[in-house]
Design a protein around this ligand. Sequence first.
Ligand SMILES: [Zn+2]
Ligand SMILES: [Zn+2]
Length: 323
Amino acid sequence: MQPVEQLSTPFETIHQPADGFSARGPKTREDLTRFEKIDWGGSLAFFGVHVIGVLAIFTGISWAAVAMCLFMYYARMFAITGIYHRYFSHRTYKTSRFFQFIMAFWGTSCGQQGPLWWAAHHRHHHKYSDTPEDIHSPGLRGFWWAHWGWVICKRYSDTREENVKDLTKYPELNFINKYHGIAPLVLATAIFFFGSFLEHAAPALHTNGLQMLSWGFFTSTTLLYHGTFTINSLSHVFGKKRFETGDDSKNNWILSLITMGEGWHNNHHKFPFSERQGIYWWEIDMSHYVLKVFSWFGLVWDIQTHPKELFSGAGNLKKEAAL
Ligand SMILES: [Zn+2]
Ligand SMILES: [Zn+2]
């Protein structure tokens, strides 16, 4: 279909990096040492967030802290799905350069590296989904590797800039990609002071700075890591396959609730240029609703969707053969 080809332009710029960027399993122990050892130094913050997140049980619990945990989870899950994924990886809508920067900063608050790193790896996934070149195929390399093994692996810690040339032309994005640790530090500090403020201003809430910091930032960030990772580890395994896409992507409503719409992953692999990933009204896609509201305020525009030819007059999906 011609319109589809035109809209998927960003993917055409992808080419194979020098080392092949292959995710094939190491053939020898030497390969393993060279390419796929854990990046302990680089993953220190990642492990630290988990440990402190668990230690939240020692700071006590309050409704205010749990509410902050949930709020920070979904506010930042949107940053992963609506921003890192649907904007930086797939360019499924347009925005201003200023708001692009704001969105990039928001995205880095998730602790999942910078927007260029994230988009470069994700574009690679779409190009090689569930083939030996795919970095995180659960079918080929197992659940744990797909879930977080590759994330802490030294081999994939660098930004593959050749995959994101359309983004590296913006100096401010390169800056924020490099200094992606700023936003999490700012956010953690702000949450701590907010908790300290509430301790004195609203003692009935029974919270304090440390409790708010541990639940609102560390526990929330840990949950956010694993909520995000389910798309790599589970949505290529569990669910229903509506479209033949040449990979193992599935549609899964539970994962969609956890990830604000990303669980409609088979739809997404079929139409990666479409911002909207739920096709029917009952395929709840929270990220799409948020972006729709953004568009009402002029923050984003030109939101792409599934091709109109996909639907028959009654709004039903036509048979795949008709596409
Ligand atoms: Zn996928
Ligand atoms: Zn994608």
